[in-house]
Design a protein around this ligand. Sequence first.
Ligand code: PRX
Length: 682
Amino acid sequence: MADRIYNPNPELAKNAHCKSMEQYRSMHEKSIEYPEAFWGEIAKQFYWETPTSNDKFFSYNFDLNQGDIYIKWMEGATTNLSFNLLDKNVKCGNGDKIAFYWEGNDPDDYSKLTYKKLLQETCMFANVLKSKGVQKGDRVAIYMPMILELPVAMLACTRIGAVHSVVFGGYSSDSLAERMMDCKAKVLITADGVYRGEKLLLLKNICDDALAKVKAHGHEVESCVVVAHLRRLANPHGKTTAGDKKNGVNGTSNGGSSEPSVSWDDDRDCWWHEEMEEAEPSCYPVWVAAEDPLFILYTSGSTGKPKGVLHTTAGYLIYAATTFKYVFDYKPGDTYWCTADIGWITGHTYVVYGPLANCATSVIFEGTPFYPHNDRYWSVIDKYKVNQFYTAPTAIRSLMKFGDELVKKHDLSTLKVLGSVGEPINSEAWLWFYNHVGHGKCSIADTFWQTETGGHVITPLPGATPMKPGSATFPFFGVLPELLDEDGRVIEGEGEGYLVFRKPWPGMMRSLYGNHERFQTTYFDRFHGFYCTGDGAKRDADGYLWVTGRIDDMLNVSGHLMSTAEVESVLTEHQDVAESAVVSKPHPVKGQCLYCFVTPNEGRTFSKQLQDELKRKVREKIGPFAQPDVIQHAPGLPKTRSGKIMRRILRKIAIGDRNVGDVSTLADEGIVDVLFQLRPQA
Ligand code: PRX
């Protein structure tokens, strides 16, 4: 089944932006051979206060032997992001079009925002930032829940050329402090708090802690702007009160009352709604250069110190816009929903910038898939008649556990394209998504990319690419992937190796904030002349690319290179298995051996028989060398709040080392003890 090829629905292909593999190949070829012509044509859709010239359109050095690494697109051009995303759309007659539907944690909380209103709110908040002394180039930290003020805050930064650094609202105060110190943030924007499911998170208190830590280290964040979010909820603290359901950013008028109590520093803190009352509704955009910084987004690094990935203006805009249009095949009138938190790159590019650059209508969802019931995703798709739905394999797998009945309760017939991102999707999850959510008629875009790449780099196009479950398929326009062996030799045809890129595309990162040296050594030193993703991939006989996982998750058993993802995919194919994670464990003879954590489906038991079946399956599917040494029961896995499995911790559990290090980024710290207790005795 998994080896079958799934062709795009002919109805979808007929009207798609890219209708066939022939069209894809010819566009890809043009994008590689004539990048100036290809991207120059796309750039014409946007407004440039100053144009670029053809000879300066694209320049780069990817080879450390030739000097420092640099990537420049559209040098000489000036523009403004918020102008292109808002003013331009309003001027084209789309002022009354919905930019965002907002769906709160509680189904009784919802609201919407038109392009006209989004522009006005953005201008007003840009004026608030100016009143706090924020100028072009200053860094603004944002630590917010998934509320409409979050995109407003980001766009307001772009209005005045300030650089935003959004920190995911689930990070601890230490992580927030570390990031604010690294980028020397001038202002912090947050909210009083947020409910995630039934759990209340008091964000402002976390900010207070973080601000104190920053101060203790000699840096001072001058202002903290706080959205009064909790007090405008329909059902705050479980009490039913009337919600504020007007159009626009909701609750800007009823905040400021007494509950819940929030600690306050009068010299530093202010309420968003109070500042907005005074703010002028228009703000002339600051024209910035094509390569001026747009945002910093921190991602974890192997050394433990987070890396401030820096993206710039013009290239990011055209790449976010183009990937969104082609990968989701977005058409005017469609409603699109990406479940990612804006605190991650997926939220930056595919909740905020890509959709707005296409004048799209999308859903922003504050809650979780499991609240108030385990069918929340399906009910939101039904409610807003969603056409494109973009989510993560981990979410799909956790929802699969509840069976198909919950999906069937809802009308999902509007769906055309399903997207997956964040990790390799195992064929079981792919097929469930395809058959039960997409009813066998939607294309699945398994989009491979990274915080660093800015947008999709390897992905199917829904109307063109015949799909293979689990394969991210082929490169997007402008992207030239290669597979390299251990010695840096290019692998032609079928094979497995390090996934690298030979040329820059417009949306890729330009540097690590304040540390160009680390940028060069992290990404360009391993293989000179290539950007190194840190992922492994294989190419099959048909040329399809299969991203197998981080190289650091690769393992070598008796000289056989294999990926943990490969083994996980086999384990999760078993009907009794909901999820699995595989790590390597040192082995005196084989070098490394496989240690597998397995979460059974609801109602299934973890038995000796299941362990034997799984071992046999791996032996059968991959080879006798891949037979796992240990299969351990895992009622849950240690995941970050964004759903990434922390393999570092699993490796410690595998070797019985209680010294697991920092667990503060885990969604559930308790699982670590449970897993230690369940370790099979040798
Ligand atoms: O290992 C790859 C995996 O996620 C990494 C990037 O993580 P991050 O920067 O947090 O960005 C996630 C959202 C873009 C990659 O190096 N990854 C992401 N998407 C896929 C994937 N692995 C396989 N298939 C994917 N579709």
